[in-house]
Design a protein around this ligand. Structure first.
Ligand code: SF4
Ligand code: SF4
Length: 442
């Protein structure tokens, strides 16, 4: 696509990147048909090609309007269009740049500004979010329906392993997952422990930065990234094997640290190393799992410590929802399904598996109507084969999907753990991931 960027933008780091992306687009429109918001709204400007045109106009000097902003806001950043695009257009990076330019030039209505500030500042601070979520879970039965769907039911996360191992990996000290669904980190740590690997959550690390970054606070998102790099660096120097992500939305962000901080001389090199050492759990686990534990020895009781009364963890009929951040953002496809099938799951076919569930970070709060519609469509597809349990790989998707169905929705690592042969003994430990973090990964 021919472009003539405005002088104020041309030659800047964002301008150079945006120009390369825009030039790769040949406006073929293949991406449009697979875009969830185009499918919902049928408007070219609510599809990737239309949004690319809108952003190009702004980058060439046109004054954006509230309408421009609305079309960009409606994008889920699911990156389905990147998977479809035959020209390799990196739409995700382009829309990050385009949204920031529009945000700087258009005054948002007050209500939207307030909502975004609350999300940006409230969700990323654990000292604020953790007690709020604890209280929410306590009074959940009394909450109005609209709030109840945002607060998962309280579940015992089970024990946190106490053994030290020579092999260590870092987990993210995530901003919301620890409070909303602590069982995911606990199950991950227990499975790793069974494999002789110690999971470490460094308390001085925190939100991956995606939340701020995708709310157009690029500086705030990069500050989160720098804080995590500083927190993790001593562990990497001490020989930690990997940074393992059990939330694909955070994983895709951390894998992008090298790109985001490429122009920061103080962090570029370390950011690239952190990104290179970051793996989704499904990328890292199978190679360790296969030699140590095999499905042949599986008990499959579905009743592990901390999962009393969770028959869905022993269920066999499974529908898997691959989050967009896994299948489009990280281009990891079919790996979870293969692993689960190897451990006895009957993976049911799901129509339109490439489409977003509508969760998309803060999208479910900021665009509730479209988000709900996409959720209901996704649930209809997931439930078409009659699953006993729906599994996924990202906390946001789990919580969003669960808000619309009585079918249990769990993280795949929780289901997998329940299939492993009984452990010789699982000691109770503090219900605090941070408490398990050692002073150093020596
Ligand atoms: S499929 Fe790719 S090249 Fe074609 S219009 Fe979409 S982004 Fe542009
Ligand atoms: S990121 Fe998703 S919602 Fe946004 S334009 Fe691409 S396919 Fe459509």
């Amino acid at each position: 696509m021919e472009t003539h960027l405005a002088d104020w933008f041309k030659g800047t780091p964002d301008g150079i990147e945006a120009e390369a992306i825009l030039r790769a687009c040949v406006h073929c429109g293949f991406c449009t048909a697979t875009c969830p918001t185009y499918q919902l709204l049928g408007d070219e400007k609510d599809g990737p090609r239309g949004r690319i045109y809108l952003m190009k106009q702004v980058m060439e000097g046109a004054q954006p309007t509230l309408t421009t902003m609305t079309h960009l806001d409606r994008c889920l950043t699911c990156r389905n269009c990147e998977t479809t695009c035959p020209s390799g257009v990196r739409y995700g990076h382009l829309v990050d740049i385009g949204r920031k330019l529009v945000e700087e030039r258009v005054q948002r209505p007050l209500g939207q500004r307030m909502a975004r500030t609350v999300l940006r500042e409230g969700l990323t601070r654990r000292w604020l979010f953790d007690p709020a979520m604890r209280l929410g879970k306590l009074v959940r039965p009394l909450l109005p329906e609209v709030l109840k769907t945002k607060v998962p039911e309280a579940r015992d996360p089970g024990s946190w392993p106490t053994d030290s191992h020579l092999a260590k990996v870092l987990l993210l000290n995530s901003c919301t997952q620890g409070a909303m669904m602590p069982g995911i980190d606990h199950a991950t740590a227990r499975v790793l422990d069974r494999l002789g690997v110690q999971a470490i959550i460094e308390p001085s690390s925190g939100c991956c930065g995606a939340l701020r970054y995708h709310l157009n606070d690029h500086e705030g998102g990069m500050a989160d990234a720098r804080r995590n790099i500083d927190a993790w660096w001593p562990y990497l120097e001490a020989g930690v094997e990997a940074i393992v992500m059990n939330a694909s939305g955070c994983g895709v962000m951390v894998k992008d640290y090298g790109h985001l901080l490429r122009n920061d001389p103080a962090y570029a090199e370390r950011a690239a190393r952190v990104a290179a050492m970051t793996f989704d759990l499904i990328e890292w686990l199978p190679q360790r799992l296969a030699p140590a534990l095999s499905p042949g020895g599986a008990g499959g009781s579905g009743q592990r410590p901390g999962t009393p009364g969770a028959p869905e963890l022993a269920a066999r009929r499974v529908a898997f929802h691959p989050p967009c951040t896994l299948q489009h953002g990280q281009q990891i496809k079919g790996a979870v399904e293969r692993l689960l099938a190897g451990w006895g799951a009957q993976i049911l076919p799901v129509p339109d598996v490439h489409l977003c569930c509508g969760s998309a970070g803060t999208y479910s709060v900021l665009q509730p109507v479209y988000s709900r519609e996409l959720r209901d469509r996704k649930l209809a597809a997931l439930q078409s084969g009659g699953p006993e349990v729906i599994l996924s790989a990202n906390m946001g998707c789990l919580s969003h999907l669960q808000s619309g169905t009585g079918t249990p929705v769990r993280h795949w690592i929780e289901w997998l753990e329940a299939q492993l042969p009984e452990s010789p003994g699982a000691a109770a430990a503090p219900d605090s991931a941070a408490a398990a973090a050692p002073a150093a990964a020596s």
